[in-house]
Design a protein around this ligand. Structure first.
Ligand SMILES: Nc1ncnc2c1ncn2[C@@H]1O[C@H](COP(=O)(O)OP(=O)(O)O)[C@@H](O)[C@H]1O
Ligand SMILES: [Mg+2]
Length: 467
């Protein structure tokens, strides 16, 4: 999951959760307030009822209490009101249809209402209170509220708050999500810049400084990154200067050694014994290796300094490649490898620097032979989308995907156990192939799997645009 997405997801989760908690707390609070109000109202009504009953008992007539009951019952929450006067034996229950079913018990007081269940299943909250009388026979009044009606009213009253809460919550959620989206992007953007910078540095572009002007830890990271890149660039320049200096300095004495060897081998300094010839051959081979290494270093230095200057001319690709393949046939035969050259079209045209083209083929071919213990090496020449294509396929050791991009780096060799073929190279071959292909406006790609062989594919424009 990307950083911005992860931040957005967790942030919106927190926002939604806090909103839910706040909503339920607020809703619960509002409900409690309304419940308390209703309770206060019921207590007040009971005390008014008690007063009316007392009045009736003093006056020995029930009109006052009956009137009170009738008007009280206009409140839809009140399911029943009852009155009992022991002095006269008057027992009043309203509404009248409840007279049979409702036989009020004397439980509960003004402080603690009790729950009653009527035969028809209706639940009532019953309040009762004794009514003091001057003749010492206390009466009693009852008020019973319908619980479902009370609930309904409570629901009505809190509905508007719930609605309001939901609307405010939705608005807060949207704002929260937008904020977290913005914040996530703001956090991820500079990191993305640093990542892109890292990729550029990774591909060798050492002047890729990132522009992040922030005063927080991300800003610190960007500044450290820039300082690191600057240092790397300085080091790289130092290394390049050093290598090119040393290489040039080695060239002259090597040339002298080479001439001396030629001189000796030609017998110009007198006849050589068999042993002397043998040693001289070893010196000659080692000198050739050293010369080729130095030439590779020089080519790499030129590629890095963008000083490769191809001399374009029409290339008889098949003839050149065949010549190189023939050169390597004995080596292939010695390892028991099948070496084939196939051209997919009879006429292949290419305008390129012949020496560089040969160097590309030579490096790929020598790698294929070097890293293939058994099986075959195949070279394919073809055209694709108006470009010239050279493919070198082998059934060799292959390259792990994690190394495939790196093999084109200077001095990079896939680490293998000692004595294995990779130990014998300098790690410059593919760097040179890539540099030369790119100098022609072309490219190189590799497809490979460990143990299943590799295919290196070079695509060159048949006629480079800038020539
Ligand atoms: N055909 C191939 N099969 C397997 N590995 C290869 C092949 N070609 C190149 N490699 C890997 O890429 C590395 C770099 O190749 P290269 O630049 O030619 O250097 P060198 O040949 O001097 O080792 C090699 O050391 C090897 O690990
Ligand atoms: Mg090589």
């Amino acid at each position: 999951m990307r950083l911005a997405t992860r931040f957005f997801a967790s942030h919106s989760g927190v926002v939604a959760l806090s909103l839910c908690i706040v909503f339920f707390l607020a809703y619960g609070g509002v409900r409690r307030i309304y419940q308390q109000q209703a309770r206060l109202h019921q207590v007040q009504q009971l005390s008014d009822f008690t007063l009316a009953a007392k009045e009736s008992m003093i006056q020995h007539e029930d009109v006052a209490v009956l009137n009170f009951m009738r008007s009280a019952l206009k409140n839809p929450d009140l399911a029943c009101a009852a009155y009992y006067n022991p002095a006269t034996g008057v027992r009043l229950v309203l509404p009248e249809n409840l007279q049979k079913g409702f036989f009020p018990a004397a439980e509960g007081g003004p402080e603690s209402p009790v729950l009653r269940l009527l035969p028809d299943g209706e639940r009532l909250v019953q309040w009762t209170s004794a009514v003091g009388s001057p003749d010492g026979m206390p009466g009693r009044v009852w008020l019973a509220y319908s619980q479902s009606a009370l609930e309904r009213e409570l629901g009505e009253q809190t509905k508007v708050w719930a609605q309001l809460g939901l609307e405010a919550g939705a608005a807060a959620l949207v704002i929260g999500l937008l904020l977290s989206l913005g914040l996530g992007r703001q956090l991820a953007a500079p990191l993305r810049k640093i990542r892109d910078g890292t990729h550029l540095v990774r591909s060798g572009k050492l002047d890729s400084l990132v522009e992040v002007r922030r005063k927080d830890e991300i800003g610190d990271l960007a500044r450290d990154f820039n300082a690191m890149v600057t240092q790397l660039k300085e080091l790289d320049e130092m290394k390049r200067d050093f290598i090119s200096g040393v290489t040039h300095d080695l060239g002259t004495p090597l040339h002298a050694i080479r001439s001396a060897i030629n001189f000796l081998q030609a017998g110009d300094a007198g006849p050589l014994t068999e042993k002397q010839s043998e040693y001289l051959l070893m010196v000659s081979n080692s000198t050739a290796n050293l010369t080729s290494f130095i030439n590779n270093l020089l080519t790499t230095a030129r590629i890095e300094a963008a000083k490769v200057d191809p001399y374009p001319e029409p290339v008889d690709v098949h003839a050149h490649v065949k010549e190189l393949v023939d050169l390597y046939r004995p080596q292939a035969a010695e390892k028991g490898l099948k070496l084939t050259l196939t051209r997919k079209s009879n006429y292949l045209s290419l305008v390129a620097d012949v020496t560089m083209f040969r160097q590309i083929v030579l490096n790929l071919l020598s790698n294929a032979l070097k890293f293939t213990p058994r099986g075959e090496v195949e070279i394919l020449l073809s055209e694709e989308d108006g470009n010239f294509v050279l493919e070198v396929r082998d059934t060799g050791i292959g390259i792990d995907p994690s190394h495939q991009r790196l093999v084109f780096d200077k001095f990079y060799r896939v680490h293998q156990s000692s004595g294995s073929p990779a130990r014998q190279g300098s790690g410059l071959g593919l760097t040179i192939v890539k540099g030369l292909a790119e100098a022609h406006g072309g490219r190189i790609t590799v497809e490979s799997a460990l143990g299943a062989g590799s295919t290196f594919k070079v695509v060159l424009p048949k006629q480079p645009a800038r020539f």
